[in-house]
Design a protein around this ligand. Structure first.
Ligand SMILES: Cc1ncc(COP(=O)(O)O)c(C=O)c1O
Length: 950
């Protein structure tokens, strides 16, 4: 008998690892849908008029080939010790945090905690972050979190304008702010008509501004006492903002004690790697009376259905983008995972540890400076925390080169100064190397030098006094704390997360591995270009692939979230119009079904939003669009559309919408959040769009991290390329403004998307798109009889997601879509997107990564909920006491007296729930109204912990 080798390819990443359903499962699913083949389904779903004619070109690689290739490219980045500072510092990520949080899918695959019952773990970690920020800055309310320090400064500036009683339109910026902060504030100010005055703090004329921002410590190390300026601002009813550094605040008087109203900064140096610019969590804290104007998310404390303490996102409607064109900020995805890491860093070290780290940094900085002073160098300023500058005259180049030869990057300032910022990783060896670069050969004295912080600016108040920051810090205890919190949450490592528009697809382990390699995560964003060639190669290749996928001609990797991409893309359009002498164009047409960030971003660009209606079938109402475009006429700047639409349908009219916009001189912004339904099948750039953001954290596998990180690069057609965002630091003089603190945004997570593209190959990516559409149609077909599918294409199919409509049955049973969402928790599921884009409905997006068994588990859970609704409808079960209104069921419910008209078994183990691996929500239904009425945004007082333990 001849031996027949297997044709099975175990290394086929696309079909064996990334795509969920097996070929035989796909056959069964197609049979359920009633279509002969996958291609037949695609032909009947995706209009021929938009289909791309040629396939994506590159071949797939195996997992080990990809890792090998990425290693080689990473090897072209030179890992140096960075003493550049300027807002980015070396830090030691405690290995336990790296392994248990950053590398742990239980943490990094979670979604934003909008469903609080299944998110108590990350909500607690984020509350710890808020408490830490609030304590360190001395201001009572903090958020969690913002995109980077520069955008946090810009958010603070616009917040100041909102809360200030001054009628002025000018805003003062301390010239000692980091250059990237000034650059991004300038970008944000221009379209809003805010005039920025950059100057020395002692030149501030408080009566002429609505607010001012000071950097503390300044970019060159100064730590002036800003109390006089702050008092003057308050007298003029203006707002005082301090951009600050959490580690410095272990020794320096906190902004709140100096009278500041708002503090912002980056939590990067609390254990989050440099990452060539990100991702890092920025923070903001403020006075209590300003909290309702704060951008971003605030975690708060409420109670659950049993009166137990429960966390939730407070004032959710305060999340600005929900207010659409009335929004004052578009922050949506931010940097939750990084905020979690920073909060654990604080829990890990506690106040004494942080103080010791702060002092170590300070004393090493003083030792370094004193050594140079002893050799005759002129050091400024006299008082500093960790940063100072050295006057070096014509020796600048030689010293910088000598430092590089020692493996150290110093900061080049002008033509004759060098800046040095000491960090947690700086030791005697590094100090001696720096000295050698300056020509000094000496040993570092062990003696503790005199403190270089004037006594009136030394911190006297305590911080991190809450017991959470005083717990036993043995790694055993810490590991268990991280595990306990992770176990409270439902993330992708336990269940599908069928959130429409969020694309919670697989974040494969192989894609995640490179992000913790030092070649990617230990580079400073402003490191010399000859040290970052690996990054350039990766970014060029990824950009080329994304251009091929989208049909665009150029990419900017700067925006670090989808909403930030929208903002950057619209700015690009506005700059284009200005360059063509059409600066008066400011109207942006946006369909009513658009995501809230679209109108929020448009208004931040100074655009006037005109809302376009939806037709009965969910498509853009073409007549309304035509009328409004014509009415806008030569004031039409852009339209913003999402394709396939947020209703989950490939609209046939998309080319016409683009044409109408172009006919009136406008530009088309196509929101790329749904690109995962297009990759390999259709290209936005070929359909007629001019610019899109790509959510790399959706379509291209960057995990959601419980609410960030994200990356929202924008692709543009050729005519817009020269208007893309410029570099935040040392940009070309004629470049457009920067939108983020770092040129390539959150660069260190780009290897994830790059690896994904290489692993899948063009064909694999296209297959993934097809299977995403198959999975959505399978769910739609299985649920349609029970919950009507709201919108379908011409041939009766949905795109990559579907909206199911329980409104009629909810009305008949006095239940709500919320009850369905909470009941799904009992089955071990994260709910689909609720009430968006249509109130009272559920939008389900399974993604291509879910195998048939998981889709079936979900459908069975949904169908059993429908059966329970029927029991309520027929009166078999009372309206006020049934499994839906009582959901989710906790262990507390199970062991308490059972006064319910259904069994414990039905309540706690509905279809879909695993018998052995049952997920038990740690809290019952969270009371939202209570939480908003009793706003508590930092860790509850000690007594409540004692009560909880009793
Ligand atoms: C259609 C759409 N556009 C834009 C965004 C905003 O993206 P991000 O959350 O990355 O800012 C989202 C986020 O869910 C979205 O669904």
């Amino acid at each position: 008998m001849t031996y027949t080798p297997s044709t099975y390819n175990p290394y086929d990443f696309a079909n064996r690892r990334h795509i969920g359903p097996s070929p035989s499962e796909m056959e069964e699913m197609l049979a359920t849908i009633g279509v002969a083949s996958l291609d037949a389904l695609i032909d009947r779903t995706v209009p021929m008029s938009i289909r791309q004619m040629s396939p994506l070109t590159w071949e797939p690689k195996t997992e080990f080939e990809v890792l090998d290739h990425i290693r080689k490219v990473a090897g072209q980045n030179k890992v140096m010790t960075s003493l550049i500072g300027q807002g980015y510092y070396g830090t030691v990520t405690p290995p336990a945090i790296q392994r248990n949080i950053l590398e742990n899918p239980a943490w990094y695959t979670a979604y934003t905690p909008y469903q609080p019952e299944i998110a108590q773990g990350r909500l607690e970690a984020l509350l710890n972050f808020q408490t830490m920020v609030s304590d360190m800055t001395g201001l009572p309310v903090a958020n969690a979190s913002l995109l980077d320090e520069a955008t946090a400064c810009a958010e603070a500036m616009t917040m100041a304008q909102r809360v200030s009683k001054s009628k002025m339109t000018r805003f003062f910026v301390d010239e000692n702010c980091h250059a990237q902060n000034i650059a991004v504030m300038k970008t944000r100010a221009a379209p809003l008509g805010i005039e920025i005055i950059v100057g020395a703090p002692n030149e501030l004329d408080a009566a002429k501004v609505f607010g001012a921002i000071f950097q503390y410590p300044g970019t060159f190390g100064d730590i002036p006492d800003f109390s006089a300026q702050i008092s003057a601002l308050h007298e003029a009813k203006a707002v005082a903002i301090m951009a600050t550094d959490l580690l410095a605040l272990t020794m320096l008087k906190e902004p709140g004690a100096l009278g500041a109203d708002i503090a912002v900064g980056s939590a990067q140096r609390f254990g989050v790697p440099l990452g060539f610019g990100g991702p890092h969590a920025a923070f903001m804290s403020c006075r209590d009376d300003m909290k309702r104007s704060m951008p971003g998310r605030i975690v708060g404390v409420s109670v659950d259905s049993r009166g137990e303490r429960a966390y939730r996102l407070s004032l959710q409607t305060r999340e600005q983008h929900i207010r659409r064109e009335k929004a004052t900020s578009n922050v949506c995805t931010a940097q939750a995972l990084l905020a979690v890491m920073a909060s654990f860093y604080a829990v890990f070290h506690g106040p004494a540890g942080l103080r010791a780290i702060g002092e170590r940094v300070h004393f090493n900085a003083v030792r370094l400076a004193e050594g140079l002073r002893a050799d005759g160098f002129n050091i400024a300023p006299k008082a500093f925390f960790d940063t100072f500058t050295v006057e070096v005259g014509a020796m600048q180049g030689v010293i910088l080169r000598s430092a590089v030869a020692e493996g150290i990057n110093l900061r080049k300032i002008g033509k004759n100064r060098i800046g040095i910022s000491v960090d947690e990783t700086t030791d005697a060896q590094i100090i001696e190397k720096v000295w050698r670069a300056f020509g000094r050969d000496a040993e570092v004295p062990a003696a503790i030098p005199a403190v270089a912080v004037p006594s009136k600016l030394q911190r006297v108040s305590e911080y991190l006094t809450h017991p959470i920051f005083g717990m036993n810090r043995a790694e055993a205890e810490m590991m268990r704390y991280m595990r306990r919190l992770a176990d409270r949450d439902l993330a992708l490592d336990r269940t599908m997360i069928p959130l429409g528009s969020c694309t919670m697809k697989l974040n494969a382990a192989v894609e995640m591995m490179p992000i913790t390699w030092p070649e990617f995560n230990a580079l400073h964003p402003y490191a010399p270009a000859d040290q970052t060639e690996g990054y350039s190669q990766m970014i060029d290749d990824l950009s080329a692939k994304l251009c091929e996928i989208t049909g665009y001609d150029a990419m900017s990797m700067q925006p670090n979230s989808g909403a930030q991409g929208e903002y950057a893309g619209l700015l690009t359009i506005m700059a284009y119009h200005r360059a063509n002498g059409q600066g008066a164009r400011n109207i942006c047409l946006i369909p009513v079904s658009a995501h809230g960030t679209n109108p929020a971003s448009a208004q931040m660009c100074g655009m006037k939003v005109v809302v376009v209606k939806s037709a009965a079938n969910g498509d853009i109402d073409l007549d309304d669009f035509r009328t409004k475009a014509a009415a806008a006429g030569d004031r039409l700047a852009a339209c913003m559309i999402t394709y396939p639409s947020t209703h989950g349908v490939f609209e046939e009219s998309v080319r016409e919408v683009c044409q109408i916009t172009h006919d009136h001189g406008g530009q088309v912004y196509l929101d790329g959040a749904n690109l995962n339904a297009l990759v390999g099948l259709a290209k936005p750039g070929d359909i007629g769009s001019d610019v899109s953001h790509l959510n790399l954290h959706k379509t291209f596998c960057i995990p959601h991290g419980g609410g960030g990180p994200g990356m929202g690069p924008i692709g543009v057609k050729k005519h817009l390329a020269r208007f893309l965002p410029g570099a935040p630091v040392d940009g070309a003089p004629d470049a457009e403004g920067a939108v983020s603190a770092a040129t390539f945004g959150s660069a260190s997570i780009l290897p994830i998307s790059w690896a994904y593209c290489m692993l899948m190959g063009g064909e694999g990516l296209t297959q993934a798109t097809k299977v995403a559409i198959l999975n959505a149609n399978y769910i739609a077909a299985r649920l349609d009889g029970a919950f009507p599918v709201l919108f379908k294409g011409r041939e009766g199919f949905v795109a990559h997601e579907c909206i199911v409509d329980p409104r009629a049955i909810c009305e008949a049973t006095d239940t709500s879509v919320d009850d369905i969402a909470k009941r799904l928790i009992d089955s071990g599921f994260h709910a689909p997107t609720m009430s968006w884009p249509v109130a009272g409905t559920l939008m389900i997006e399974p993604t291509e990564s879910e195998p048939k068994a998981e889709l079936d588990r979900f459908c069975e859970a949904m169908l059993s909920i429908r059966a329970e609704l029927a029991q309520v409808e027929t009166g078999e079960m009372p309206k006020d006491n049934n499994p839906l209104v009582n959901a989710p069921h906790t262990v507390g419910d199970l062991v308490a007296d059972w006064d319910r008209p259904y069994s414990r078994e039905q309540g706690c183990f509905p279809p879909g729930a695993f018998k052995v691996d049952k997920y038990w929500p740690p809290v019952g239904r969270v009371d939202n109204a209570y939480g908003d009425r009793n706003l508590v945004c930092s860790c509850p007082p000690v007594e409540s912990y004692i009560e909880a333990a009793e």
